[in-house]
Design a protein around this ligand. Structure first.
Ligand SMILES: [Fe+2]
Ligand SMILES: [Fe+2]
Length: 160
């Protein structure tokens, strides 16, 4: 069973969304590092690598299913005004990733595309932790205006 045009375009969109998250987190890491938030920057670099891995998983899946696609350029990251803005954007990106993965699963279920269902379910399950980590990051950076003590707290909580 070939991948439908609808699922193909949803998966290409997923590739773009994961790639954008990777670039955004890497960019936020640079901006926060410049403020002296080294542990927070390290955490975001680590998250960025995870998103690159997700984009690659989607690209491989498209390949394995024989999809005839070209991959889109990655949308540039926006500048953030500080750690809280960065954390809010991380949480909103994660929620958007979860919603898009959910749309893929629902479309795959309605088409009876079991391969895509099985491919996307572990990615959705991973979003439980991804969203939790993003909420914890936002809670920590929202708790104080002292960016260096916030950074220490991030180092403790994420062990990085
Ligand atoms: Fe991801
Ligand atoms: Fe993520």
């Amino acid at each position: 069973m070939a991948l439908s045009a609808k699922l193909t375009s949803l998966l290409v969109l997923q590739y773009a969304t994961e790639s954008h998250a990777a670039v955004a987190y890497r960019s936020f890491a640079m901006q926060l590092r410049a403020l002296g938030m080294h542990a927070t920057a390290k955490h975001l670099r680590h998250e960025s690598k995870g998103e690159r891995g997700h984009a690659e998983l989607v690209a491989s899946y498209l390949e394995h299913r024989g999809a005839d696609v070209t991959l889109p350029a990655t949308e540039a990251a926006q500048r953030v005004s500080g750690p809280k803005d960065a954390a809010e954007r991380v949480l909103s990106l994660e929620e958007s990733v979860t919603a898009k993965l959910g749309a893929i699963l629902m479309a795959a279920q309605s088409e009876g595309d079991v391969l895509t269902c099985e491919f996307v379910r572990p990615m959705i399950a991973e979003q439980i932790e991804e969203e939790d980590v993003a909420r914890l990051l936002l809670a920590i950076v929202s708790a104080s205006d002292d960016i260096l003590s916030v950074d220490q707290e991030i180092a403790i909580k994420f062990g990085e």
